[in-house]
Design a protein around this ligand. Structure first.
Ligand code: NDP
Length: 278
């Protein structure tokens, strides 16, 4: 029977250290400031942003949410980003994705100053991460790495990542590779997914399909990190058949309460990092 990794608890103790760092910064008259841009009325985006606001408040970060109707033009949004880039009091800028169809997401991401890119999505930060340089890391992958480290050594482990998105799959594999894991990526064109996942010492699943990974696809004793968030009959579930896989894995993250709280915490971490650079 697996250890259930309590992401909420790991996140809470990490936030305690962030609180101390914020107190020390405030004593030097530096108030970490995060600006979040929220466009439209997507309920999931609103809920994520509320979570970010709550976490910022708890840690002592000054956060401000700028809400816009989805009729905002791309130019208006880019002009707003320019203003925040220039504002020395703003440490972190986050534009909540997805954006309305008429706005080019990559143009928006690239407009945010890499120094204030607390999501870690700017190509300059992605490139630095790839090179193993110190930089602002993408929040979900960074949170996953931190959770995994609470359970096991990473070096030499075979990590299988299912999913290769720009925000989770690809970068999380890169972070584990930087920690000297052996990394295999799987995606929708992978021929025999089970044959791959059964080789994983650490299995990371980031697809967005409930029940994709069943117990027969998991090696006994594996560490299983379920990133997926799916709504099934009004309930949130991951991509892994949790009840069955729990019997086989050595440790597993629940959904909700696993990776999610760590994602928000790493966003706070990045904001504090930028503020600490002075
Ligand atoms: P994307 O839709 O961008 O990527 C999904 C990936 O899964 C793609 O690479 C796709 O492959 C792959 N895939 C699709 N079907 C299969 C299949 N049958 N077998 C193997 N691989 C498959 O999703 P995201 O990475 O943005 O998010 C993944 C999940 O994680 C979602 O449920 C999302 O809600 C959740 N999430 C959770 C976060 C958290 O903090 N808890 C944060 C971010 C995301 P291909 O590239 O070939 O199309």
């Amino acid at each position: 029977m697996a250890v259930v990794i309590d992401g909420k608890q790991v996140a809470a103790s990490y936030r305690e250290t962030l609180k101390e760092r914020v107190t020390a910064l405030r004593a030097r008259n530096i108030v970490p400031k995060l600006k979040v841009v929220l466009i439209g009325d997507d309920p999931a985006s609103h809920s994520y942003v509320r979570g970010k606001e709550r976490a910022a408040q708890e840690i002592g970060i000054d956060s401000q949410v700028l809400r816009f109707d989805e009729t905002i033009s791309e130019k208006e949004l880019l002009d707003l980003i320019d203003l925040m880039n220039e504002d020395e009091e703003v440490h972190g800028i986050l534009v909540q994705l997805p954006l309305p169809k008429h706005i080019d997401e990559s143009r928006v991401i690239m407009r945010i100053s890499p120094e204030k890119d607390v999501d870690g999505f700017h190509p300059e930060n992605v490139g630095k991460m790839m090179l193993g340089l110190d930089t602002l890391l993408p929040c979900t992958p960074h949170g996953i790495l931190h959770l995994a480290k609470t359970q096991t050594e990473i070096a030499g482990k075979h990590v299988v990542v299912v999913g290769r998105s720009q925000i989770v799959g690809k970068p999380v594999g890169m972070l584990f590779l930087n920690e000297s894991a052996t990394v295999t990526y799987c995606h929708s064109k992978t021929k025999d997914l089970g044959e791959m996942t059964r080789q994983a010492d650490i299995l990371i699943v980031a697809v967005g399909r409930a029940g994709l990974v069943t117990a027969d696809m998991v090696k006994p004793g594996a560490l299983v990190i379920d990133v997926g968030v799916n709504r099934v009959e009004g309930r949130l579930v991951g991509d892994v058949d949790y009840e069955a896989v729990k019997e086989k894995a050595s440790a597993i993250t629940p959904v909700p309460g696993g990776v999610g709280p760590m994602t928000i915490t790493m966003l706070m971490h990045n904001t504090v990092e930028v503020a600490s650079r002075g």
